[in-house]
Design a protein around this ligand. Sequence first.
Ligand code: 5AD
Ligand code: SF4
Length: 448
Amino acid sequence: MYNGNMDTFEKFYFINTYGCQMNIHESEKIAGVLEKLGYFPCDAENKADVLVYNTCCIRETAEAKIHGHIGEAKILKQNNPDLIVVVCGCMSQQSGVATSLKRRFPFVDVVLGTSNLDLLEQAVVDAKQKKKTVNTDEKNYVLVNLPKVRTSRPNAWVNIIYGCNNFCTYCIVPYVRGREHSRPIQDIVSEVKDLIAKGYKEITLLGQNVNSYGHDLDDGTNFAQLLNEVAKIDGDFRVRFLTNHPKDLTDDVIQAIANNKKICNSIHLPVQSGSSDILKAMNRKYDRDYYLQLVEKIKKAIPDVGISTDIMVGFPGETEQDFLDTLDLVKKARFSSAFCFIYSRRKGTVADKMDNQISRAEKGVRIKRLLEAQNVITKEISQEMEGTLQRVLIEGKNKKYVNTYCGRTENGRLVNVKSDVDLFDQFVWVKIKKFQSATLWGELQKED
Ligand code: 5AD
Ligand code: SF4
């Protein structure tokens, strides 16, 4: 795009990212490839020369939104025939979707799957010559060696394991992300060392199931060992990790969190349902008693731990009693936060073929009841934090209030704090004064 300067014709890119942290990090790799090709980031789709959709397909709502959004690119392409439109990520990896995308959106130039990002560079070069690329071949390719443009300072994402072997019956992820594939421990440790040297203060280790880390390596490494190794690195930083599977969360991981100050006392532990029958139908491989005992064990071992979760309502066959079991588990586990979802049928999964699907109306009623139950607990936990002193890493400015910064406590709670001086990217001590539901308000304390 012509930038108004007679001497330079700078080229710009814009990336639309949908879905989870894995996708956010993959967009940093896409940006890395595009910047290597000489493109600069821009702040609006209509200024872009390369427009990327990094997609998600975990629920139907996500897909519908993305389809609508890609449709809008048709006009941009009409206005600028040289615009290169790229669709990649989980949605395009689903079987048959690349073909249907091509048919529905013929103006798309490049379609790549989750394991084909290494082809992006060549695909963009070819698209400039009006040559289209569609490649979603599965190859379990590890995308670590792509350049990255990190955008989430003070946090840096670090992949530790790709893919998933679990095949929960509702979930599309194993079909679009392939089988588990761990990165060697030395590669991860050296990436973290490099990030700490560059001043990143929070490292989030990423995997669909981080607890499976090392199972596919033959050197005996496991997730607890990785946590201990990362915590040994010098520097003032903290470590988070996403996401856990309750069946694989071992005692030595709990101990690693309890023993290492640098590892946050925060665990995301998706439960999905509080009914043992539904958990069985979901192929989760644990029951409600196991889960509740695990929560108790974690709370005993790790002081002030924040346990967050994912819960789904309306899985096929979920009775009122099954749902009441979920409400009861929520009250017993007392999650610091819960991401609540309505079950969404995904083509190709086992649950999609079950004939006892729940009506949309019933799902709607249940999600409301679940959110109300969790809101009560979130408020109670916020109230318990009033008056406590918390170490907060400031992530940015609050967009609504002036001179207000926001950050997270070690156990994962969002805190707003007023300050006349810039606090971005700093650890600060904050006394919690009040709360608004899930958000805490604190007062900046003098350095210790
Ligand atoms: N419908 C609704 N929610 C789903 N999740 C995964 N698959 C589905 C689906 N088909 C939720 C799970 C998971 C989170 C990332 O998304 O709760 O933990
Ligand atoms: Fe999906 Fe289950 Fe794998 Fe998580 S563990 S990505 S919910 S199949």
